[in-house]
Ligand binder design. Structure first.
Ligand code: GDD
Length: 314
């Protein structure tokens, strides 16, 4: 199949491209020259298409030229914390960028399309409302959450208005090898790997350790994206999660155990946020019922792989 991807050079995108190439597909990757993070897989079936989500004409040309059978939309401003410094950019890229892409896809061929949003649309959820399901009412508490909520609202709209077979994936926190700094697990693992290879003193900076999050390995997450792109019901949203809340402090302790050294842990005010969702965890029942997906890689395995990846990088 011919597959058009945005965000292929991002964290999840790089894993998705590997899977799709292994399955024999031809990839057309929309690449924004200034914001691409990972080197894109070099392969004769991976084609680069320069473009910008904020330039609708460039998107229409890209989609018209590549004539995709499937579209995966992963690109965006992915940091909730950054959205406080760049609210306009976050809303533009994540919400307007999604609208521009959907418009281009509707105009040229209406292929099956997957839009990736986020569990951060839910904001502060009362404990009695947990676990989150697709029916839980969103109440975002930062510009990032609002930007992803708006992007997701376009999905049923484009299905109802234009018959575009489009599905929304709503992932919770995902972790794994290659994730950039700025997210909690790479922020912790990179510091610990630095100590292990002797580049740093045994002093560690951390942010809010009381928050609880639902972590899934990125390799399981992209498998869910592939299943949803094929089998998801048009106009519907699906949560992707492990179903288990984990305290950030527990993540820190597990990583410290893996390096097995004495550490002086210090809270860094720079890493505390103006608002931080206290507890997020979800249910993947709808995704499992539709596709048979279940997470396969457990948290301990993910953390060991991430630490090994950082030791190798350093
Ligand atoms: N980044 C970071 N660095 N977070 C820290 C640190 C630190 O040193 N110490 C504690 N934390 C806490 C944060 O305050 C937050 O409560 C939690 O760890 C997770 O932070 P992140 O890994 O930055 O992720 P996030 O939950 O804000 O957002 C992620 O998950 C969303 C889905 O639930 C991102 O991947 C989003 O793109 C995604 O939509």
């Amino acid at each position: 199949m011919r597959i058009f991807i945005t965000g292929a050079t991002g964290f999840a995108g790089s894993h998705l491209v590997e899977n799709l190439v292994s399955a024999g597909h031809e990839i057309f990757s929309l690449v924004h020259p200034e914001t691409s993070h990972q080197p894109l897989l070099q392969h004769d079936r991976v084609n680069l298409i320069p473009g910008n989500l904020l330039d609708q004409a460039s998107l229409e040309t890209a989609v018209a030229q590549t004539k995709p059978d499937r579209v995966y939309h992963l690109a965006g401003q992915a940091y909730p914390a950054v959205s406080w410094q760049k609210p306009g950019l976050t809303l533009a890229v994540n919400s307007v960028g999604t609208a521009n892409l959907l418009q281009a896809v509707v105009k040229y061929g209406r292929p099956r399309t997957l839009i990736v949003t986020s569990a951060e649309i839910y904001g502060e959820i009362k404990p009695e409302m947990l676990p989150i399901t697709e029916e839980t009412k969103p109440a975002p508490n930062h510009p990032y959450g609002i930007s992803k909520w708006a992007a997701g609202l376009l999905v049923p709209l484009y299905w109802q208005r234009y018959g575009l077979p489009v599905v929304e994936a709503r992932p919770f926190n995902h972790i794994g090898p290659r994730q950039s700094l700025g997210f909690v697990v790479p922020d912790f693992a990179s510091q610990l790997a630095g100590m292990r290879v002797g580049q740093r003193l045994n002093q560690m900076k951390v942010g809010n350790l009381d928050a609880m999050r639902d972590f899934t390995d990125v390799r399981d997450v992209v498998r869910a994206y592939e299943l949803l792109a094929e089998q998801g019901e048009s106009g519907e949203a699906y949560l992707i999660c492990s179903g288990k809340p984990v305290k950030i402090e527990a993540i820190l302790q597990k990583l410290i155990q893996l390096v097995n050294v004495e550490i002086d842990v210090q809270q860094d005010p720079e890493r505390m946020r103006p608002s931080d969702t206290p507890c997020l965890y979800g249910s993947y029942a709808k995704l499992e019922a539709q596709t048979g997906w279940r997470p396969q890689i457990d948290l301990d395995q993910s953390l060991a792989d991430i630490l090994a990846d950082w030791v190798r990088r350093l």
